[in-house]
Design a protein around this ligand. Sequence first.
Ligand code: NAD
Length: 265
Amino acid sequence: MKTNNQTVIVTGASSGIGQGIAIAFGKQGANVVVNYHSDEEGATSTLEKIIEGGGKGFIHKADVGKEDEVISMFEKATSEYGTLDVLINNAGIQKDSDFSSMTLDQWNKVINTNLTGQFLCAREAIQLFEAKKQASPDDKAIGNIIFISSVHDIIPWAGHVNYASSKGGILMLMKSLALEVAPKKIRINGISPGAIATDINDEVWKDEEKMKELMKLIPYKRIGLPEDIAKVAVWLASPESDYITGTTIYVDGGMTLYPGFVDNG
Ligand code: NAD
């Protein structure tokens, strides 16, 4: 029996982790807004799998870094389903460079998508949650936001200063917002993935040598899959986790455990 009738927006859901999360909510019976930026085919395939799994939804093109496009996306979601229950703030990019040669454009693009994009979507979601009937202190949450961050919100990353800065920013955005809206019974949490096999890092997991190097950083000795993140996201947005807010769950096969110390340092 499909018991999840949440309405969920998943940003960057045309591939990778966002696609996995959108499909997992679909399997639970949720209404899923499949946001995409440029890959309409990928978004359509996500939607097909949502429907196959017993969910509903539609695809919606919007750049999360553009305010007017974000506002229209949330308006479309509420005109279709009346309300919003969950935002999965997932869209993200990398533009890698040594620091001394990093262009302002590389810096701005990453900050604009990864940090400002998550701010804009979160703000629209909070406005919708606040407009819901105020829950009593004994009720479950009236809305959930999950920020998809990265282990690089706490692990420094040379050659990726723009990316790590955006993810470090998300950590404090998530926590400060959680504090601000907790009395309104709105829950805000983060999931920080380790290495998950998706398009963003395919040059690593498609290369045997690079995979060998990567495994030195993963005590659990396997690369993660989008489903590893998706299962946590569904649970973290459910009443089963109702007392959790302002927390980050690291889904990383132990990458944040200082793997260099596995042999006694
Ligand atoms: P991905 O490249 O498959 O997915 C990123 C998605 O974001 C794509 O669908 C892309 O189209 C979308 N996107 C990019 N710019 C956008 C914009 N301006 N507006 C809307 N959508 C946009 O990679 P992924 O690994 O699935 O990444 C998803 C999230 O997970 C990102 O935030 C990434 O930083 C994070 N993450 C990934 C890993 C990993 O190892 N794969 C690890 C840690 C964190």
